[in-house]
Design a protein around this ligand. Sequence first.
Ligand SMILES: CC(C)CCC[C@@H](C)[C@H]1CC[C@H]2[C@@H]3CC=C4C[C@@H](O[C@@H]5O[C@H](CO)[C@@H](O)[C@H](O)[C@H]5O)CC[C@]4(C)[C@H]3CC[C@]12C
Length: 887
Amino acid sequence: MAAAAAPLDRRFEGTAMAAPAPLERRYEGTARGRGVAAAGWRVCLAHRFEEPWQPYGAGDVSFRDVLRHVGLSLRYFRWWYKKTRVEKKSAFIDLLCAVPLQQIYGCPLGGIGGGTITRGWRGEFCRWQLNPGLYHYGTVIADQFTVCLRCKGQTIYQQVLSIEKPSTLQGWNWGYCGHYAFYHALYPRAWMVYELPGQNVVLTCRQVSPVIPHDYEDSSLPVGVFIWEVENGRDEDVDVSIMFSMQNGMGAKDDESGGHWNEPFALEKEGERVAGVLLHHCTRVNPFTLAISAREKAGTGVTHLTAFNPAGSGREVWQDLLHDGRLESPPGKSSLTEKGELTAAAVCASCTVPARGHRTLEMALAWDMPCIRFGSKEKLHLRRYTRFFGSGGDAAPALSHYALTHYEEWERKIEAWQNPILENSQLPSWYKSALFNELYFVTDGGTIWVELPPDCCDEDLRGQAAAGLSHLLPVLREYGRFAYLEGQEYRMYNTYDVHFYASFALVMLWPKLQISLQYDIAVMVMNEDVQLRQYLMCGQTAQVKQKNVVPHDVGDPDDEPWQRINAYLIHDTADWKDLNLKFVLQVYRDYYLTQDSMYLRDMWPVCQTVMESELKFDTDNDGLIENGGFADQTYDAWVVNGASAYCGGLWLAAVCMMCKMAEVLGDAKIQQKYTDILNKGKEAFERLLWNGKYYNYDSSGRGSSDSIMSDQCAGQWFLGACGLDQGEFEVFPKSHIVSALRTIFEKNVMSFAGGTMGAVNGMRPNGQPDTSSVQSNEVWIGVVYALAATMIQEGLVEEGFCTAEGCYRTVWEQLGMAFQTPEAYREKKVYRSLAYMRPLSIWSMQLALERRASQELQIWEHPDCTTPWLMLPPAALTAINRREAGT
Ligand SMILES: CC(C)CCC[C@@H](C)[C@H]1CC[C@H]2[C@@H]3CC=C4C[C@@H](O[C@@H]5O[C@H](CO)[C@@H](O)[C@H](O)[C@H]5O)CC[C@]4(C)[C@H]3CC[C@]12C
């Protein structure tokens, strides 16, 4: 098989794909680092991305769209003013103050649901989600690693490993030359390789977070480990010290609120000793403790400085380290900070690296915020990790010790999971990077994972448990409650129409979290919230949540999620057509992948309930639902009228799955009922929407109803993922699906931006993007990955990879949006909603590949492959490899 070329300097022939951005071009070093993964996202620290694109603003809306949305704009502005200026809260979607794009982010630190701290690719600590679901964007300049080299008792080199030249801590030697370092991300690990100019010493810092598939313990821990590999190329021994400094706080106003204090700690257990400093951050709400530490072992000394002023020159710290490569500290705790005062601490690990030799220094960052309150401050929640480390707020030393003594095991598990994919030379390297790096959102999606209190007195939960969800309480008790945001800028938990796409990552890697999430939704289906409110799109007043329908989301972290749901008030989603169907589709998909029959049995009545609610949308009784003439589905600003490819296709797929579930559960009556509907509905779907090449957007016959929608095969996507796409279960004629996918590839992909940016949501048959709405001419990255998966399922493997590649390269290489993949971009200049949930759908590509390969296996077995289920059919791969190798 063709060897993979360097991922970032390839040329493409035979497609209009432009050369990818050479993110490593500025690297002038020769070092490749130690143990750095081959695949991943690699960038030189001196790299500069092109001018940042702008978030969608008023200026990007056409006059026609402005007129179309005058009512919404006025109502939104009135609501926004009240929320932000009168109630002094933040808006769940702030259209007037979008987060500005910073092209700086790298892998976040931390496991799932304990909060995250993102490090930038230049090494900065820059994006903080410690208060659940709420982000603070700010680089804390005191949070650094500094290296000190000494030979024969003399310091020969001391440098902050940062290219910054800040105005504080001016007594430190800043301005490391970025041309001699590169960053490499392969989530949940990242590497930074620093060649120390003129020193013949190379440092590789490997950052590891405990994000381990199918692990529900260590994956919840709020820790990150930094393993410093020091390579000495000199002919003499070098004493090397790495100092890790950290401010008490996250660079927000709170840091100066007074009352914070630091203290040194050392913890020895089972012959392993870890030492460092605790930084107690004593806020009224959600207080926490940060811990910086290092592992002491033979030949490695650990020293610390309990407190220093990060707002001053820092000269005393610098000189102290310079003097002997160690830190000296007054004993005991620091005093409490005064109001307006900042404090920081540092820990230093030192060892001697023999001439031409190599040594390792291990450091950790842990944070302990066990008890959390959301914005409403009504309820106290315990984070998942408290079941292993307690909720007393004193766990930071134990967390640090555990992280430093278990990271090797975590890495073994991470490699066992990733290697079969990474070692598959038939998969293009951009895909390997995309697949693992997009997973950052599972932890950095404002994610929370909390315990169900043992004495749970939530009436709703108890009621539902009694009323048929027999495994609700056992599941929630054992696996806790999980929620992640629709997007860092779209602050709603578990937005369900979007989770539909992202859920593949969860069910494939942490299936119990998907199941727990589904139980939560099932409970909410049964509940109502009769409070009335005005919806902003159309201005009508309706209740917050109706009974027997799937909610849009489970709430805003700035309020009280799970308690007050449906934070989204743009539309009354009780009338949305996709939400109920997406529940049914996920239930069967989850059952198919997990074979959890308790789950299936519990969800079955809920599926019947939501399908009954949905049936009322089949107004003409032809077996097919109709859309309501407004944007009543995930494309919430793109109006649909009558039968539609998207919702109609999801409907038929859900009806098919109802038949299948009824069969599995032996419910013949329901099976017959849905079989009848399916037969009628299939006929109506083909008659109303098939135009000989693809399925029309909708059946209204209006101006853009024959648009080509990139997501028109969403129903087939789910059917295929569950093996329900052939024989008696064939819902859509195979030839129609393949023809539709080919049309999408030709029009939405290759005729848009020269085939380099993925698939535009809507394309007119004449090859012009559909501008009938503000969303039809957008590209939705998560939809594109789902489309690519569908193509792979249907045998259009090369087309699928080519389609997805455009999005990856645009986001990660051209636009500098690493670790913040947005919901959408347009062909030029604008994007929408950074750090979004939907792109996790890339895991459905992996499922499609695995499924295909296992089918192909019967007819084609490759002698060299140790993981045959990851193999692709030879014909498709020859083409992909040709493009990958640039031949
Ligand atoms: C800055 C001005 C106020 C702009 C004036 C023009 C506006 C009236 C419209 C231009 C763009 C519209 C927005 C486009 C997207 C939106 C997202 C939506 O929420 C979530 O979106 C997902 C789709 O991306 C959806 O799947 C999820 O379920 C939703 O939770 C809410 C509406 C809107 C903000 C939309 C509103 C009107 C414009 C700003």
